[in-house]
Unconditional design. Structure first.
Length: 306
């Protein structure tokens, strides 16, 4: 295989079946599907070096209607930030035109697709392991939070204040510019209570749709993650803790809460099961990281963020 192909493809062996590798010669605006990988000590495959400052991942399933507006807004904001960035749509096996929406938007935009619908957690994991930014973040397709928090999270990690920044709607500095439905507010507080008692006392807002990682943290966490559904956020918090990665809670401003794809009736029980299973699987024992603290950082001097 040519060197260029080696750098562009990361093939991970897994026991999961049904995922197929997209052809390496596909359009330059598409990234090949990355197979899930269960990391073991000293077994992590060689990964390409970081080649830009920030990768922003947008998970999407059948989002052909609202995603074009999201991508346009994100492009305007990121261009103004002066960062060297990429935007990756994490397509969860969409059956509409979602996978094609980044074509024609330029070299900063691409799509990584699953061949079938597997769940938000699987789609985000797939894109996280394909990302090559020094800092990697994901947020929801409706851009629920003011994007200034995204840049603040980038700064925290670029300045090595932490390795993971978990967005939170419950910090004193957090704001909400909209009124949430009472049933969703009740569900949020109930889940928050469960998280504080069974998952983490310092990261209560596990379901906040904005999380920012150093590339090292992203690889260490997502190469070990297994939850495919909406409860993957909680597993991520548990893994960050077990791996001993420094993390902090990032205040956010909620500006949109009208288009969530989470159904309280259909997803509550599966989410509870996934959280319980992840808690049982990970236990309380520390997990040894595979890469040293400086892995994944850019060698070139970093520019000032606008």
């Amino acid at each position: 295989m040519a060197d260029r192909s080696k750098a562009g493809l990361l093939i991970m062996i897994t026991r999961h079946v049904g995922l197929q590798i997209e052809d390496a010669a596909q359009s330059s605006t598409d990234i090949p599907c990355i197979l899930p990988f269960r990391a073991k000590a000293n077994s992590m495959p060689a990964l390409p070096k970081s080649d830009h400052e920030l990768t922003v991942i947008i998970p999407a399933f059948n989002e052909e209607r609202r995603l074009p507006k999201t991508l346009a807004s994100l492009a305007r904001f990121m261009d103004a930030s002066r960062l060297n960035y990429r935007v990756v749509v994490a397509d969860d096996g969409s059956t509409d035109q979602t996978p094609a929406l980044t074509r024609g938007l330029g070299w900063r935009f691409s799509t990584v697709s699953l061949p079938e619908n597997r769940g938000k957690g699987c789609a985000v994991r797939n894109a996280m392991l394909a990302a090559t930014g020094e800092v990697v973040a994901f947020t929801d397709a409706d851009l629920p939070f003011d994007l200034k928090s995204l840049i603040e999270g980038y700064r925290w990690i670029a300045q090595q204040r932490c390795e993971v920044a978990f967005g939170t709607r419950h910090a004193e500095q957090s704001e909400s510019r909209i009124s949430r439905r009472w049933i969703r507010t009740l569900a949020t507080h109930t889940f928050q209570f469960l998280v504080r008692n069974f998952v983490s006392r310092d990261v209560s807002d596990c379901q906040c749709g904005l999380k920012v990682f150093s590339r090292r943290a992203a690889v260490e966490i997502f190469s070990r993650a297994e939850v495919d559904g909406f409860a993957f956020d909680t597993e991520i918090v548990m893994l960050a803790s077990r791996l001993g990665l420094t993390h902090a809670c990032l205040p956010v401003t909620l500006v949109n809460d009208q288009a969530s794809t989470v159904s309280l009736w259909r997803h509550s029980l599966p989410m509870a099961f996934d959280v319980a299973h992840a808690r049982w699987r990970l236990g309380r024992r520390p997990i040894t990281t595979t890469h040293d603290a400086d892995w994944g950082r850019l060698a070139a001097p970093r520019r000032q963020v606008a």
